[in-house]
Structures are given as structure tokens and as C-alpha cells.
Design a protein around this ligand. Structure first.
Ligand SMILES: [Ca+2]
Ligand SMILES: [Ca+2]
Length: 261
């Protein structure tokens, strides 16, 4: 009898503690706070909010760090804004974009015919499977009913970074985010690709560090004149590597000539 009483008290105390912790965890960070949260600390946040979405930083968490997302193969729901045009041919390759919330950014992919056509600025709620492609953490849409466009938003200003922030290992922290490299120039000898071709080129910043720039053939940069002077380069921080661990191959991918100013 006494033993049962103790047992019930233990359950009651445990329940109170759990409720308290859940209460704490639903206090999601403010915009300013979440900029400072790294992926590890986001793990302490609750997966659920009122609409059962999780912060993107949590969806792409990698803790302890092995450059493989902890939710690999699992289904998650996120909410964010589409920051890029389609990186692929929608008919043959499907929809490929990046999505960002206040905590982080992530690549989005859907095979042809599954996703509605998405535009930059669309705010979406997506349920998908976390996967990895050439080192990039991706949320893959499995079914049309798992994506809702819930509004349209003005894109936030890109995060200012230096070329060194795309270096091996450290680049992971920015992967998926819209970023800007201020006052860069193209490394001598590198050129934009001809029309219809993609190419990896390099820029150098005022600190003398270089960053890889992926010029996609889907946009209007290929075939245009290579700038000779200094400019600000906006784009999404991307990754492409065949290595294990996938801790290198970070790049900036501009979305068009409007990202070069
Ligand atoms: Ca991991
Ligand atoms: Ca990665």
C-alpha cells in the first residue's frame, strides 16, 4: 500500500516536471535570438508549436556533428519562405528551392508533378522526409497534400558573411541560408559560363579569402558579361561534395543577375 502511494507520487511529480519542461520548450526564440542559435542549441527546442512545425534549424540539426542530419530518413514539418527560383527544370527534374525561417534555411525538393509551382516569397508549410544530397540537407516532399502555401512574404535581408564563412566545416552553419558577400571580385582568369552551361567560379573578398560560386545554367548569369570590378554578391549558401564526412564543398549560388550589384 505504502509502496503504491510512493509510486503514484512519483508519477505525479514526473508528470508535473514533464508539463513544466514542455511549457518551457514551446517558448520559441524571437527573431533576434534565433539568429544567434546554432543548430546544437536548437535541439533543446520543442518539435511542436501550435501548427506542429519545427524550426528549420532543428529539422537540419546535426548533433553530435558528423555532417549527417540527425533526422535523416524521418518525416518533419517546417514552415518558411521560399528564397530561390526553381533550380531545376520543373518538367523533367521537379521543384528544387530553398526555404528559410528565422532559425535557418534548408533545400526543398519534389519530384516532377508532386509540388505546385513555387515562387520566391511564397510562405509554405511542408511535411517531408529529411535526406542528404551531395552534403546538402534536403526536405523532400512526398505528396502534394503535404505542402500548403499559406501566404506571401517579403524576403528578409540576406545574412552578411565573409568568404571564410563558406570554408570547409564552418560552411555548414550557413548552408541553406540567403547570404551576401560584400565587396568581392572575381578571381583573375575565372569567367561566367557560356549560355546554357553551369560553372564553378571563385570570388575573393577584401580579406583576401576566396569562396566558390556556383553559376547555374537555369538562370540568366550564364552567357552574361563577367564583371571586372568589385560588387556585392547575394545568393544561397549551398553545398556540393562527394566526400565523407560531407564537410566541404560550400558555395554561394546566386539566383540571377539581380544578385550581382
Ligand atoms: Ca548527425
Ligand atoms: Ca551539409
Amino acid at each position: 500500500m505504502q509502496k503504491n502511494k510512493v509510486h503514484r507520487w512519483a508519477i505525479l511529480l514526473f508528470s508535473i516536471a514533464t508539463l513544466f519542461l514542455l511549457g518551457c520548450e514551446t517558448n520559441l526564440p524571437t527573431e533576434a535570438e534565433s539568429q544567434d542559435l546554432d543548430e546544437g542549441s536548437m535541439l533543446s527546442l520543442n518539435k511542436k508549436s501550435s501548427n506542429h512545425t519545427m524550426p528549420i534549424a532543428l529539422a537540419r540539426a546535426d548533433n553530435p556533428r558528423d555532417f549527417i542530419p540527425d533526422f535523416m530518413g524521418e518525416t518533419v514539418t517546417i514552415q518558411g519562405v521560399i528564397t530561390t527560383p526553381n533550380f531545376r527544370n520543373p518538367i523533367t527534374q521537379g521543384e528544387s528551392h530553398f526555404i528559410q525561417d528565422n532559425s535557418a534555411g534548408i533545400e526543398f525538393f519534389a519530384f516532377p508533378g508532386i509540388s505546385p509551382v513555387l515562387e520566391m516569397g511564397d510562405e509554405v508549410v511542408v511535411t517531408g522526409v529529411i535526406m542528404q544530397f551531395r552534403g546538402s540537407t534536403v526536405i523532400r516532399l512526398e505528396s502534394a497534400s503535404d505542402l500548403q502555401i499559406v501566404g506571401t512574404r517579403k524576403l528578409k535581408k540576406p545574412k552578411k558573411i565573409h568568404a571564410a564563412h563558406l570554408a570547409d566545416q564552418v560552411g555548414e552553419k550557413n548552408e541553406g541560408k540567403l547570404v551576401v558577400l560584400k565587396n568581392v571580385r572575381i578571381v583573375d582568369g575565372d569567367q561566367f559560363p557560356p549560355q546554357g552551361w553551369w560553372r564553378l567560379i571563385r570570388v575573393v573578398d577584401s580579406k583576401g579569402d576566396t569562396a566558390d560560386v556556383f553559376i547555374d545554367s537555369e538562370y540568366d548569369i550564364d552567357g552574361s558579361v563577367t564583371p571586372s570590378g568589385v560588387f556585392n554578391l547575394t545568393g544561397v549558401a549551398t553545398q556540393f561534395t562527394y566526400d565523407t564526412p560531407a564537410d566541404n564543398g560550400y558555395q554561394i549560388t546566386p539566383r540571377g543577375l539581380f544578385d550581382i550589384e
